[in-house]
Design a protein around this ligand. Structure first.
Ligand SMILES: [Zn+2]
Ligand SMILES: [Zn+2]
Length: 184
């Protein structure tokens, strides 16, 4: 099996329809249903709300839930993925979906980062977007900002496995409060 990609500065993004993006940000949605394998990435992920809405799902969320579009609304962690739970892993799981992406540690942005175009699959945010999200983080999320800005103050997220492109492991810096740290 290929090594899991989870390094202090690795950040990816995932575009979700609304209301699912806001549900991850604000309602503790911990499973994202997909028809494709997320591959071996485990680590921080920008939760991006695309333009699309699943109107049938609106009845399951509070009416006052704000639903930004084309915006990063949170940062979370892809902790794992599985295919074999029969839809019983979470109230948010769809048993008809092939893959369940396990999300943990979501931190909502008090003000979403807007005018961001979505993409397919797991995508790589550019440095400009990383900086914008770092600036939008709530107080107390300094470690997350350090990850996004590639500053040496970022923790290494506990049990980090280095990707094939990394030859020198960074010194371990633990920060159990950081969402990048494994919770399971
Ligand atoms: Zn599941
Ligand atoms: Zn951290």
């Amino acid at each position: 099996m290929a090594p899991m990609i989870c390094e202090p500065y690795s950040v990816r993004a995932l575009t979700l329809w609304q209301p699912y993006a806001s549900a991850v940000a604000a309602l503790g949605k911990d499973i994202e249903n997909r028809g494709w394998s997320p591959g071996n990435y485990r680590g921080l992920i920008l939760v991006h709300a695309g333009k699309a809405t699943d109107r049938a799902a609106l009845r399951y969320v509070p009416q006052d839930l704000t639903l930004p579009r084309s915006a990063v609304v949170a940062i979370a962690r892809i902790a794992g993925a599985h295919t074999d739970c029969a839809g019983e892993c979470s109230p948010w799981a769809d048993q008809d979906s092939t893959w369940h992406l396990e999300l943990s540690g979501a931190v909502q942005l008090p003000t979403p980062v807007t005018q961001v175009t979505g993409r397919q699959r797991i995508w790589v945010p550019d440095d400009a977007l990383r900086q914008r999200v770092a600036a939008a983080l709530p107080p107390g999320a300094a470690c997350l900002a350090a990850h996004l800005r590639k500053e040496p103050g970022a923790c290494t997220g506990g049990a980090v496995a280095y990707g094939a492109d990394s030859t020198t492991p960074a010194p371990a810096k633990e920060n159990a409060a950081c969402p990048c740290a494994p919770t399971r």
